[in-house]
Design a protein around this ligand. Structure first.
Ligand SMILES: [Mg+2]
Length: 278
């Protein structure tokens, strides 16, 4: 093993999971190797706790995870020493945002006052949400169980969005663009949450030297990618790959979803092994 240990943070939709089919199959060989080497693989997604719990079960993952674009971090009980945050069943939960009920209240006040046209998860039935995301109804139900963010489809002019964004900021909220939705949430992002989590690892195991890797495909991954040692930009399902202004170490996968993920993580694991043997 290298003296540096990896911490891998990954976005899910359009990165580890195919944008259309939600399959991770092309990445399975490297997922197996990461599990065999006992490298922390931390899901960091716009998804909710209940959605990520299901995927962690399917992938047999036992590491902490970050929900709703950095709005909350869940730590399995006993993973680190007992720490801050409230207990949620088997997990310790740390919130980085306002609660969702307050966010929905602010959104409906803005809509009532300015007549904005948008549609949030709150406004959609499970079947409408399933239709607009391509998720099966059970999964859409899980996507609606949110702690502290509200995804919206913007149905108004693109120009009006700037004013809307400013008004949200005055209320301590931000608007992040994801693959399908804009996410209204507190003054946090995936980068804030992973910096906090990297510190937890470092405090718990001060003798270890960590190299952090993050993989993502959308603007909501920007903060996460800029917070790590090795940022990997996965080709998005649509449009141009994300450009990172503040990082010269960025690796562009040149392939979409789990195919790009597999290629890049295979390369990074191989170079770690080479470094440790040299
Ligand atoms: Mg994504």
């Amino acid at each position: 093993m290298s003296s540096d240990e990896l911490l891998i943070f990954t976005d899910l939709d359009g990165t580890l999971l195919d944008h259309g089919s939600y399959s991770w199959a092309p990445a399975q060989p490297t997922l197996d190797q990461i599990a065999a080497d006992d490298i922390p693989l931390i899901f960091c997604s716009s998804k909710t706790c209940s959605e990520i719990l299901e995927l962690r079960g399917q992938l047999n993952n036992h590491h902490p995870f970050i929900t709703e674009n950095g709005s909350a971090v869940y730590l399995p009980a006993g993973y680190f020493d007992a720490g801050q945050g409230s207990r949620e069943g088997e997990y310790e939960k740390r919130l980085f945002s306002l609660e969702r009920a307050r966010i929905i209240q602010i959104l409906s006040e803005l809509r009532a006052e300015y007549g904005y046209r948008f549609r949030g998860f709150q406004d959609m039935s499970v079947s409408v949400l399933a239709e607009s995301t391509g998720l099966p109804p059970e999964a859409a139900e899980k996507a609606k169980q949110r702690d502290c963010s509200e995804p919206i489809q913007w149905l108004d002019e693109e120009q009006t969005l700037l004013t809307f964004r400013r008004q949200l900021a005055q209320q301590g909220l931000r608007l992040l663009r994801g693959g399908r939705f804009h996410h209204v949430m507190g003054e946090t992002d995936k980068g804030v949450a992973i910096q906090w989590l990297i510190q937890r690892y470092q405090q718990r195991w001060p003798e270890r030297r960590y190299t952090s890797v993050a993989l993502g495909d959308s603007p909501n991954d920007q903060g996460m990618l800029e917070a790590v040692d090795i940022p990997v930009v996965i080709e998005p399902a649509r449009g141009e790959p994300l450009r990172l202004e503040h990082s010269d170490r960025v690796i562009y996968a040149g392939a979409k979803g789990p195919v790009g993920w597999q290629n890049m993580m295979k390369m990074i694991l191989a170079s770690q092994n080479t470094n440790s043997n040299s």
